[in-house]
Design a protein around this ligand. Structure first.
Ligand code: MRU
Length: 321
């Protein structure tokens, strides 16, 4: 258990990935700003903390969404009331995250039920990275339908891609599924396409870090490859997307800032021994964008829609242009 006592702790926890996953990054940012206001209630202090937290990781839009929400909640408040207001708003944001993910679970469950009704047993699900309870405040996004299906007695089996270089699939998703008693098998990232071609996958369920208003999905590096393989093999590809992960300001996935992380994550996966010769050039983009045309649908807290501007506007008319 790591206790975050001030805004610097919160920023470090996000940058160093002590907390990771778009919704949890957002929640940590929100509480980080509330912690900052306990130390300094001034506008200058608020802006400095906003900038520090905002600069931690660029891709997951939940961070900006959460920081904007807390800042908006306190800006009109007298300084003496700001810390308490911010904390209450962060708690509300966290509680809403759990409710959104549960609703995503209910909608996604219908997809798994349809496959089970069609005779798939177990229903074979492939997921990438960790879009689970450990990436959110509760339930997870892509995992919520899986947990509900398992709990309802539907036979499911999950292919878990290890997710190099930080191994979120192997270390976190496998851990969660084991703890929940959900049958699963760990595979290397590159195995997903072959499993789909061999008809071992009925549906791909992944999370998202940022979804554009026209349905492009940005998620952990390697997701795009899964979508291409799914498209080539007629496997439905769904992204579980809480509305906190939709960037209504963007309609072009290429405008999404893709985080480039340290080469060491690739070179030293298990400590001190480099896996490549000294001086080897390394690129470590942490996310990629899957174009909407490869996405069968988006599972949101308000229902499932096509990965299109109209699809999203249909569920979220308040953001329709
Ligand atoms: O680098 P990470 O571990 O923060 O990346 C996480 C992902 O890509 C998740 O799939 C995404 O944030 C959704 S979490 C519900």
């Amino acid at each position: 258990m790591v206790r975050l006592s001030n805004v610097a702790d919160a920023a470090r926890a996000i940058s160093a990935m002590q907390v990771r996953g778009a919704p949890l990054i957002g929640a940590t940012g929100a509480f980080g700003l509330a912690l900052a206001l306990r130390a300094d209630t001034s506008n200058a202090g608020l802006e400095q903390a906003y900038a520090m937290l905002g600069a931690t990781r660029p891709t997951a839009v939940n961070l900006r969404w959460a920081l904007d929400r807390i800042r908006a909640a306190v800006t009109s408040q007298p300084p003496a009331a700001r810390a308490e207001t911010a904390w209450r708003e962060a708690e509300a944001l966290a509680a809403e995250d759990i409710a959104r993910n549960r609703a995503i679970g209910d909608h996604g469950l219908k997809l798994i039920e349809q496959l089970a009704t069609a005779g798939r047993s177990p229903v074979q699900i492939l997921t990438h990275c960790n879009a689970g309870a450990l990436a959110t405040v509760g339930w997870g996004t892509a995992t919520a339908p899986i947990y509900l299906a398992h709990a309802s007695g539907i036979s499911v089996h999950v292919w878990v891609s290890e997710t190099r270089p930080r191994m979120q699939g192997a270390k976190l998703t496998a851990w969660e599924l084991k703890a929940s008693g959900v049958p699963h098998t760990l595979v290397v990232d590159a195995a997903g396409a072959a499993l789909m071609r061999q008809h071992c996958v009925d549906i791909v369920l992944v999370g998202a870090d940022r979804v554009t208003r026209n349905g492009d999905v940005c998620n952990k590096i390697g997701t795009y490859e899964k979508a291409l393989a799914a498209g080539d093999n007629g496997v439905p590809f769904y992204a579980a997307v809480p509305s906190s992960t939709i960037d209504w300001t963007l309609d072009d996935a290429d405008a999404i800032p893709i985080e480039e992380r340290s080469a060491d994550e690739i070179l030293y996966p298990a400590g001190s021994q480099s896996i490549a010769p000294d001086g080897t050039a390394v690129a470590n983009p942490a996310f990629d964008a899957t174009p909407a045309r490869l996405v069968t649908g988006l599972i949101t807290e308000r229902g499932i829609c096509a990965a299109t501007a109209d699809g999203l506007a249909g569920l979220f008319p308040e953001y329709a242009r």
